[in-house]
Design a protein around this ligand. Structure first.
Ligand code: SF4
Ligand code: SF4
Length: 373
């Protein structure tokens, strides 16, 4: 009871502080409730998350959870996505509770001082390793401070408590790995192999709400969300965009945009005929949206190009080319294609893995390689 009272006082104090920063109590508590929902928890768990974040923020004496963010082969769009969420957002407050010890794009130190930050974090161990971009495996392609990116990943992965690959380049190679893939880029899980568990947060770029919720899960709740067969959290990638699309009623009614920019686009008609890959793309985009849930690709009138899906972009039709194999209401005829792909994407579980289990897997490899735990 005494602990509960102290925690509530701590939360009260934190809520007062964030109001000064322009985030109302209501916004923050609503955000925590929504994050609990995103993680598949009950609404009451939102209060637990809020209390834990407040306690983390208040605990200035303790070291904040360390995050090392590596930038590999990408356009740094995921860092941009994170930074350009409106300021100050509730998501940023969560990110404030961590210590971003290394991120080349935004950190103040450079050169040897930056390298020292990375090495210090590596030696301390137990950090959350976030990787943006694929890893070029061809020798001499993709170097930082004179080291191949492969060597940097080899150094940083074994001592991490958990590893998150953000954006389609880090998850499965993305645009930099497109055929003919001259620098032989691989996704982070593919490169590290089965000794490591990588949480794949797909999309180009990563959605900051999905990232913040995953950080809450890993750091605050100490749990890796249940993953599908591609290492993506099921809570974010368990359903197709088509399942939850706001234009779906028009699809079912046979109302389609025939040419991008026609009057039916503004009426909210379905974008399937102008290339929408929503029927084969598993992602929560219609719910999380972008720019603090203002809008999203399909909502803004652009067909989904499938950036959250394994195999994107090589295995997808052109951005505006019609997806084969979708049964169109009133026209009929199911071909192999989207339905077949959808079946192939049936989920497998790696769920409920505690963070310490990830660390155990990681340290196993570290020991075999003679590295530190
Ligand atoms: S095809 Fe695309 S625009 Fe049409 S309902 Fe499905 S996801 Fe929405
Ligand atoms: S709607 Fe489609 S293209 Fe847009 S972010 Fe989501 S998966 Fe990517």
């Amino acid at each position: 009871m005494a602990t509960e009272t102290r925690a509530s006082e701590g939360l009260d104090k934190y809520l007062e502080l964030i109001e000064v920063r322009g985030v109302s109590r209501r916004t923050f508590l609503k955000y925590c409730g929504a994050t609990a929902g995103m993680l598949g928890l009950s609404a009451s768990q939102g209060g637990v998350i809020a209390e834990a974040i407040a306690a983390e923020a208040d605990n200035v004496a303790a070291a904040r959870p360390s995050v090392v963010w590596l930038n590999f082969a990408s356009d740094s769009g995921c860092t941009e996505s994170l930074l350009k969420s409106s300021y100050p957002s509730a998501a940023e407050l969560i990110l404030d509770t961590i210590s971003m010890d290394y991120n080349e794009t935004i950190m103040a130190p450079s050169g040897e001082a930056a390298e020292k930050s990375r090495k210090d974090a590596m030696e301390a161990g137990g950090y959350l390793l976030v990787v943006e971009g694929g890893v070029p495996t061809k020798d001499g392609y993709g170097m930082i401070a004179g080291m191949n990116m492969t060597a940097i990943l080899d150094e940083m992965a074994p001592n991490a408590a958990a590893i998150i690959a953000v954006g389609s380049c880090a998850t499965f190679g993305g645009v930099p790995a497109m055929d003919p893939n001259p620098s032989e880029i691989e996704g982070i899980q593919e490169y590290l192999g089965d000794d490591f568990t990588v949480i794949n947060l797909d999309m180009c770029p990563v959605n900051p709400r999905n990232l913040a919720a995953t950080i809450v899960s890993v750091i605050v709740l100490e749990t890796v969300p249940e993953l599908d067969e591609y290492g993506r959290p099921l809570i974010f990638h368990g359903q197709t965009i088509h399942d939850n699309c706001e234009r779906r009623a028009h699809f079912d009614a046979g109302n389609f945009v025939e040419v991008l920019g026609d009057e039916n686009e503004g009426k909210g008609y379905c974008l399937y005929k102008v290339g929408c890959k929503g029927p084969m793309t598993h992602s929560n985009c219609p719910d999380v949206r972008w720019n603090d849930r203002t809008s999203w690709c399909v909502g803004a009138g652009g067909p989904c190009i499938g950036c959250a899906e394994h195999g994107w972009p090589d295995e997808f039709a052109g951005f505006y080319e019609r997806l084969a194999g979708v049964k169109i209401p009133g026209i009929g005829g199911v071909e192999a294609g989207a339905d077949k792909l959808g079946a192939g994407l049936a989920v497998a579980t790696a769920g409920g893995i505690a963070v310490h289990a990830v660390a155990t897997g990681v340290s196993k490899r570290g020991k075999e390689d003679g590295g530190s735990e």
